[in-house]
Write a protein that binds this ligand. Structure first.
Ligand code: XIL
Length: 355
């Protein structure tokens, strides 16, 4: 369908009906439309696999990521105890339905289990002890999923543009210092040399943060640390940020020879902390469709972007509805609370008419 016609239908709010009339849903999916060009993923909890979200995930997507089940607090709650069951269920589902798996995440500063920092005698753990535990954790988790998880978010949310080091002033910095990043990436690479290794963060389009991230990654690459890509979380809204800023950020990392992935995409219908939207819901759903379409067109213009993962399958399950102060009725994804395609779904699907 020609672009101007698409825009007209969207602006008239007729896109959903027009698209539905134009083709049967059963034969097309995001997975087939984007085919070899992009993996299309969704974050999921094991409990969702048996319900309608699981059906939709298998039908529409080509990749999944654990929303929480692989995080250190869940998968390694005590030094001598790993809990692989829930994450194993996700990986088994992926295999059964032919989906790829992203691993999220091996090290997340603010979400590191307390035991990492404590010695047996109740004293604070030493730097060496912490590094030993980090290596052990990564070797065990990446080793467990070797060959089954194609990409890992090795380090999550480490960047802070307000620090001269560009790194968040957390316990990792305080106890270990900036070396923790290199140790984590090297351990992951040793445990699965085929896995693609990412550094993942939010607001990567914000210039100060983007530049800090670029500085940190350049430092790692200069030391020969195996980092292959940048994970851009991309928790955005209808109103923020500009797509031009996202474009510039992708370009920055493409020029460093890195792979880019959109790792946690959602688009709130609200402005940040402002739950009094200026437009009625139907209009915002159409705006969401236009903005998703433009974002995906931008992504397609970046050959180094290899995957787009939504942070949820359908609007019945989104972390945005559990934020403090949120009204709980946000609709940030491509499918509604009954797993029906929204205008945004059709807009994203129809960017790929020929596959
Ligand atoms: C969120 C999950 O969606 C929630 O269920 C959980 O309570 C907190 O974490 N950045 C990340 C994700 O890297 O791991 C976060 O996921 C969302 C923000």
């Amino acid at each position: 369908m020609p672009r101007p016609l698409l825009a007209l239908l969207l602006s008239l709010g007729l896109w959903n009906a027009a698209a539905l009339a134009a083709e049967p849903t059963a034969t097309r999916s995001l997975a087939t439309a984007y085919g070899a060009r992009l993996k299309i993923g969704a974050a999921v909890e094991p409990e969702q696999l048996a319900d309608a979200d699981g059906v939709l995930l298998a039908r529409q997507f080509s990749s999944l990521v654990a929303e929480n089940a692989m995080k250190p607090l869940r998968i390694h709650p005590q030094e001598d105890r790993y809990v692989f069951g829930p994450a194993d269920a996700l990986v088994a589902f992926a295999k059964q339905h032919g989906l790829a798996v992203r691993g999220h995440t091996l090290l997340w500063g603010s979400h590191t289990p307390d035991w990492f920092w404590q010695a047996a005698d109740g004293q604070p753990a030493t730097r060496e002890q912490v590094l030993q535990r980090l290596k052990q954790h990564i070797a065990t988790v990446v080793g467990h999923y070797r060959g089954r998880v194609y990409a890992w978010d090795v380090v999550n949310e480490a960047i802070d543009p307000n620090q001269s080091s560009c790194l968040r002033d957390d316990r990792w910095m305080q106890v270990v210092g900036p070396d923790y990043l290199a140790v984590a990436f090297r351990a992951a690479h040793a445990a699965d040399p085929q896995a693609r290794l990412f550094i993942n963060d939010f607001n990567t389009q914000e210039p100060a943060k983007r530049d800090c991230l670029a500085r940190v990654v350049k430092g790692l690459l200069a030391e020969g640390v195996p980092v292959q890509g940048i994970g851009h979380q991309t928790h955005i809204s209808l109103y923020w940020p500009s797509l031009a800023a996202i474009d510039q950020s992708l370009t920055t990392f493409a020029r460093l020879g890195l792979e880019n992935q959109i790792t946690e995409l959602d688009m709130s219908l609200y402005q940040h902390h402002d739950y009094q939207p200026p437009q009625p819901l139907a209009q915002r759903l159409n705006l969401q469709a236009e903005r998703y379409r433009d974002l995906m067109a931008l992504v397609l213009a970046h050959p180094e972007v290899t995957a787009v993962t939504w942070w949820g399958v359908a609007d019945d399950h989104s972390w945005l509805n559990h934020q403090p102060g949120a009204p709980g009725d946000d609709q940030p994804l491509l499918f509604d609370r009954q797993q029906r395609p929204k205008p945004a779904y059709w807009a994203v699907l129809h960017l790929r008419p020929h596959e």
